[in-house]
Design a protein around this ligand. Structure first.
Ligand code: NAD
Ligand code: TYD
Length: 357
């Protein structure tokens, strides 16, 4: 492993957004960085998501299996690698699972963030001063604002009204992170993005779930009347935003990252069915859609104001929804093996328990 390079600790780097971020970093900076991927490998994490990076950047990339609440190991790793930039993606990330069993969510998403902040401070805050150029990026979510009730969108100063245990665990982490900013002037930045989609997303989430069910001609469960609206963001636009925030974002600030693509679940489902049908010459149609019991506390709509990141950091989403969905669907079709490996025994148990088939 090379030294004297910008060292990133990417927690949760074996998951969906984290693995896309690590791949983006190596594409952009090549051997000019080193990355330590710290991941517990829950059902949602897969070390093989980065097997290409492991091979091509062997000297600059290291995977360590660790739980972010594991104090002893974190202590050792901080001392050994002294990271410059910590980007925390590690989380339990699925709302439905948080409704069924929230404890892991509080443990990882709240307590885990507290532990990371503590280690960050223990290592880099000396005599009431921060060692220069250290940064901690907490990856949060638009779900901390709760449901957008009227035509308004949420800005970074909107109040936090999380609906699900998942959203509450993330909001709690944001408050802890912000308390470190206020109390210790910690160089922490919070990002709050809208719903991501793209390659390597675990197929419990709406978009890959629809693709997978289309490929297997299985019913597509749509909660309630399908009228709930999400603002979809292509993962590549999100990881590019995070990189800009690391380099040019202001310490102590919060940045919303929204795709500007508000669309209902039923409309997204139909687009994806059409794409899979076309790409695979399949005879599937919309009759695969099944309206099922609504999610408890289901937020009707999410909507973000993104003026801050657009005007101060000159970022905007660059991939049109149509293009991004085409690329995404193609990726899952071309990587059916990945989908098959992800939909393992645990997945099937979860699926049966959730959808009853
Ligand atoms: P994911 O579920 O695909 O990946 C999470 C990763 O964290 C997995 O690799 C898992 O093994 C790891 N992990 C879980 N608990 C851990 C622990 N205790 N210690 C170490 N690693 C642990 O999630 P994702 O969709 O990639 O989301 C990444 C981050 O982005 C999360 O913090 C999430 O809240 C946030 N976010 C996601 C979205 C989205 O649409 N996916 C939107 C906004 C914000
Ligand atoms: P999801 O991908 O779980 O993300 P989040 O809950 O974080 O927004 O769900 C996106 C939307 O799709 C949300 O409104 C719930 C809905 N949904 C369904 O209708 N059916 C499903 O099977 C899933 C997983 C989600």
């Amino acid at each position: 492993m090379n030294i004297n390079k910008n060292t990133y600790f990417i927690t949760g780097g074996a998951g969906f957004i984290g693995s896309n971020f690590i791949r983006f970093l190596f594409k952009r900076y090549g051997n000019g960085i080193r990355v330590i991927n710290l991941d517990k490998l829950t059902y949602a994490g897969n070390e093989n998501n980065l097997s290409d990076i492991e091979k091509d950047f062997h000297d600059n990339y290291k995977f360590i299996k660790v739980d972010i609440t594991d104090d002893v190991t974190l202590s050792e790793i901080f001392k050994k690698y002294s990271p410059d930039i910590i980007v925390n993606f590690a989380a339990e990330s699925h709302v439905d699972r948080s409704i069924k069993s929230p404890e892991n969510f509080i443990q990882t998403n709240t307590f885990g963030v507290f532990k990371l902040l503590e280690h960050f401070k223990d290592n880099f805050y000396k005599d009431e001063k921060w060692i220069p150029n250290k940064r901690f990026i907490q990856i949060s979510t638009d779900e901390v604002y709760g449901e957008t009730k009227n035509k308004e969108s949420f800005s970074e100063v909107s109040p936090l009204f999380p609906s699900s245990p998942y959203a509450a665990s993330k909001a709690s982490a944001d408050l802890l992170a912000y308390s470190f900013v206020r109390t210790f002037k910690a160089p922490v930045i919070i990002t709050r993005s809208s719903n991501n989609f793209g390659p390597y997303q675990y197929p419990e989430k709406l978009i890959p779930l629809i693709v997978n069910n289309c490929l297997n001609k299985k019913p597509i469960p749509i909660y309630g009347d399908g009228g709930n609206i999400r603002d979809w963001l292509y993962v590549e636009d999100n990881v590019r935003a995070i990189d800009i925030i690391i380099n040019r974002g202001k310490s102590g600030e919060i940045y919303n990252i929204g795709g500007g693509n508000e669309i209902s679940n039923i409309a997204i489902a139909k687009i994806i069915i059409d794409l899979v049908k076309n790409y695979t010459n399949s005879d599937i149609d919309y009759s695969l859609i099944r309206f099922v019991k609504d999610r408890k506390g289901h937020d009707k709509r999410y909507s973000l104001k993104t003026d801050k990141i657009r005007s101060l950091l000159n970022w905007k989403p660059e991939t049109e929804l149509k293009t991004a969905l085409e690329r995404t669907v193609r990726w899952y079709i071309d990587n059916r093996k990945w989908l098959e490996n992800s939909t393992d025994k645990e997945y099937n148990l979860y699926y049966k328990d959730t959808y009853g088939e």
